[in-house]
Structure formats: structure tokens, C-alpha cells
Write a protein that binds this ligand. Structure first.
Ligand SMILES: [Zn+2]
Length: 439
């Protein structure tokens, strides 16, 4: 009973009046002219800059040191007067970045980690959570009816990882959604998953590229097919070979979304399949690095912990094409986002949401997962001086919960983690499944 109730409560909080109001505005602004979009961004920018200067100690100091007043930043081009910030800026100035006039109690403490290896905590206020939700919903609504039956196969740990018997899923009546555990999808359970999915008869799948790919592989190995209206992927890089298998198996298109826990920029595929920078989501800049154009974003809607000119670490390629969908959003031809992640266990390849593992563990500076042998995982950790046995035990417990209970884990505390080609940090290296983890 409570289980079902929690979904209704969650929906009420996340999709209430504020959500609906934002969604309505976003449905309009997606068809704004370039000029209207710029006006919208500049108006929101002036408001948040004033707030930053008045209520956020980190920015008041920064502005004072640079001899700037809020009036010096009126339009998005003025942002150049401010330096870039990144995850280290946030980590080192965490308390000073929280707005004095906002209550943490009404906020969500999110955590990043995966791509960069450095776990990072961030506050997001109620409005920002609703805004994110509305932006995602607008993306879905451009291609499907959200009342349709849907299957979600993402990072949620629905049942304990050691559980051998179904159900490996839970029904969310508020959204007509079957939430399945990616962690339990294996050669052994594939048939059970497929039968359940066919019985449920969804029109939509929400997944990580890697979990959708594994599911499609199982369908194809067992000669099964499914007719869907859309597969929505996000959070990892989607490579073309994966896309092809998923689209063929489920007889529909994938609509991919790129975002990050910092919520400073978003890129989504429109109904025509084009990747667009979502211009009414934030202010997005790019700057040239030796690896290509790096995406930099400025939050316009999170007032508890706004990030101005935040470097995402993700590299994109812009395109000069003009999509026929009618939106004046810049086009992106390539995103080098996070990689899909698997480990190999006796039972075959297994999807792992590595970015969930460090959650809740303190005193970790960087983490890297390396697999060299079946059923074994090497974890390189750069730890802060206060890293304790308790932190270490919790880290091992989290790893086992998100992988498989009999995995052998080797933890190496190291001074630093060497960078790969191009100086890029790789959070997961799988020497057994070379292809999937190489660019
Ligand atoms: Zn388009």
C-alpha cells in the first residue's frame, strides 16, 4: 500500500502546480525566435545575477574582487567578465555557494560523480527540480503521449541485488510505469524480463543507452521483437551501433537527451532526430580546448546554488544545419559524453550504474573502476586524509549492491589516477569489453 502511495506523493511533489506552469511556458518558448530567446535568457540572467551578488557569499566576494557590480552583467555576452568555474570551485567553496536567503530543507541534495571521477554534491531548489522535470517532459511530449504504458530500465535498485527470483520490477501506478532493475538483467533472467515486458505491453522505454542496448541484445538473441513508439535515453554516450540495434529491435526511434547533475546545460533530440542545445533551459557557451569545444553552462533557474559559467568537461561539435522542426535552437552534430558501462561476470555482460556507487560515501576525491578479469573489479581511489575504514566499507557495500554479491573487489588507495589519451579522465576502464568502452 505505502509502496504505491509513495509514487502518488512523488508525482504530486514533482508534477504539481509549479511543474504545470513551467511546462506551459516551455511549450511556448521552444518556438521563440532567436531574438525572443535571447531576451528571455537576458531577463532571467539579470535576475539571477542580482540574487547571486546579494545572497551568495562566493559571488559577492568574486564580484567585489573583480570590481564588478550586478549592473555590469546585463546580457549574456557580459558573462565573459566572469571567470569559468568547475567542479573543484564547487567542492572548495561549497558552503559559500549556498544562498543565504534559501532554506536547504526545501531543497534536494544531488550528487554527481561518474564521468569526472570526482563526486560532487549540489543543492537544487524546488523550482529547479520542477523546471528540470518540465524540460524533460516537454522533450517526451514532442513525440509521445505520456499516458501510455512505459518501462523504465535505469539506475533504480528496485530489489536487493542478491535476489535471484522475480519480481525484478515494481509498478508505479501514478505514471503507468513498470520500473525494472537493470542490475538483474542477465543471460539467466533475460527470458523472465522479456516475458514480463511483453505482458505489460509498453509503448515507451526509458533507459540508459547501455541498459537499452543490453535489453535489445537479449531480445535479439532470443529472436524476440517489440513494437514501441519511442525509446528515451540519457546520461551516457549513445553510440551509433547501439542505436541501430535498439531501433531495429524495438521498431522505433531513440530520442536521446544529454544533461548533467549540475543542470547547467541540456541537449536533446527533437522529433526530427536532430540534437539541439536547449536554449531556453540555460545559457550555454562553448570554448575551444585542445580536445575540441567544451560546453559551459549558466543556470538560470536554481536559486539555492546557481552556477555561473560552469565547465561541464563535455566536448561537443556544433553544426550549421537548420533543422526543419521550427525551433531556433543551435544544432549539435556530436557529443562526447559519458561512456556506457558494463562489467563482465560469469553470467555474461552486466550493466552497472557506476555513478551511483560513490553516493553517500565521504572523503573521496577521485574514483576509477578497472576490470581486468571476469568477476573481479579493481577500484582506484584518491582519498582525502579523513577517509576511514567506515568510508571504505560503505564503498565496498555500495559496489556489491550495484554489481553482484560474489564479485571480488580490490581497492587501491592511490596518490593520483593517470589520465588517458588527450589527458582525459576515464572513470571506467574495461579491458575485457574493449570495444564498448573505447571511443
Ligand atoms: Zn529540430
Amino acid at each position: 500500500m505505502f509502496n504505491r502511495l509513495k509514487y502518488y506523493i512523488k508525482k504530486l511533489i514533482r508534477q504539481g502546480f509549479t511543474f504545470k506552469m513551467i511546462l506551459k511556458k516551455l511549450q511556448k518558448s521552444q518556438y521563440f525566435s532567436a531574438k525572443q530567446l535571447t531576451e528571455l535568457q537576458n531577463q532571467k540572467l539579470r535576475k539571477i545575477i542580482n540574487h547571486c551578488y546579494k545572497n551568495i557569499p562566493y559571488y559577492s566576494e568574486l564580484f567585489d574582487n573583480l570590481g564588478l557590480k550586478p549592473e555590469d552583467i546585463k546580457v549574456k555576452e557580459d558573462l565573459e567578465k566572469l571567470p569559468f568555474m568547475d567542479k573543484f570551485t564547487v567542492r572548495d567553496n561549497f558552503d559559500k555557494l549556498i544562498a543565504k536567503n534559501k532554506n536547504r530543507f526545501f531543497s534536494v541534495l544531488g550528487q554527481t560523480s561518474g564521468t569526472t571521477g570526482t563526486p560532487l554534491k549540489l543543492y537544487r531548489d524546488y523550482y529547479s527540480v520542477n523546471f528540470e522535470n518540465a524540460a524533460a517532459n516537454r522533450h517526451y511530449l514532442s513525440v509521445v503521449d505520456l499516458n501510455s504504458r512505459k518501462v523504465t530500465l535505469r539506475g533504480q535498485l528496485i530489489v536487493p541485488v542478491e535476489q535471484q527470483e522475480p519480481p525484478f520490477w515494481e509498478y508505479n501506478p501514478a505514471d503507468n510505469e513498470l520500473i525494472m532493475s537493470s542490475y538483474h538483467l542477465s543471460n539467466k533472467t533475460a527470458k523472465i524480463f522479456i516475458e514480463k515486458i511483453k505482458e505489460f505491453n509498453p509503448k515507451i522505454i526509458f533507459a540508459y543507452p547501455s541498459s537499452a542496448y543490453l535489453l535489445a541484445q537479449h531480445f535479439s538473441t532470443l529472436n524476440e521483437k517489440l513494437n514501441l513508439e519511442a525509446v528515451f535515453t540519457s546520461s551516457e554516450k549513445l553510440d551509433e551501433s547501439c542505436r541501430e540495434l535498439i531501433e531495429n529491435t524495438f521498431n522505433c526511434k531513440i530520442y536521446d537527451w544529454y544533461g548533467q547533475a549540475e543542470r547547467v546545460a541540456a541537449i536533446g533530440q527533437c522529433e526530427k532526430g536532430t540534437y539541439h542545445i536547449i536554449e531556453d533551459y540555460s545559457i550555454t557557451e562553448t570554448f575551444q580546448t585542445e580536445n575540441g569545444l567544451e560546453l559551459v553552462g549558466t543556470t538560470l533557474d536554481n536559486y539555492i546554488m546557481p552556477l555561473l559559467r560552469y565547465k561541464t568537461g563535455d566536448i561537443i561539435e556544433l553544426s550549421k544545419e537548420k533543422c526543419s522542426c521550427g525551433r531556433n535552437f543551435r544544432e549539435v552534430s556530436k557529443i562526447q559524453g559519458r561512456e556506457a558501462t558494463y562489467i563482465l561476470i560469469t553470467d555474461g555482460p552486466k550493466y552497472v550504474a557506476f555513478n551511483h556507487i560513490p553516493r553517500g560515501v565521504n572523503n573521496i576525491i577521485e574514483v576509477q573502476f578497472v576490470q581486468e578479469k571476469i568477476n573481479e573489479l579493481i577500484i582506484n581511489i584518491v582519498a582525502a586524509p579523513d577517509f576511514s575504514k567506515k568510508d571504505r566499507d560503505l564503498f565496498i557495500k555500495n559496489t556489491l549492491e550495484h554489481t553482484c554479491p560474489d564479485l571480488s573487489i580490490i581497492i587501491n588507495e592511490v596518490g593520483q589516477i593517470p589520465r588517458g589519451a588527450n589527458g582525459k579522465f576515464k572513470s571506467v576502464i574495461n579491458k575485457l569489453i574493449g570495444k564498448q568502452n573505447e571511443e
